[in-house]
Ligand binder design. Structure first.
Ligand SMILES: [Zn+2]
Length: 66
């Protein structure tokens, strides 16, 4: 009998290990586990994400300042 899908568990896309859904990094292989809504972010480095956020803030300030 197959176990029902546990909503608190997700499968590591790299090694297939079951990891807690809230885990951001696979404890087995070290693969970063992104949530579906930030799927596109997994290709960005922390520096790129920082610059992206910084750019958004600068843009927001620019719009408010006008
Ligand atoms: Zn893994």
């Amino acid at each position: 009998m197959a176990e029902p899908e546990n909503p608190k568990i997700k499968i590591c896309p790299n090694c297939g290990a079951e990891v807690p859904r809230k885990t951001k990094q696979c404890p087995n292989c070290g693969q970063l586990l992104s949530t579906p809504r930030s799927k596109w972010m997994k290709n960005l480095t922390p520096t790129e994400i920082f610059l992206l956020i910084l750019g958004s803030i600068m843009l927001a300030i620019g719009l408010v300042a006008v």
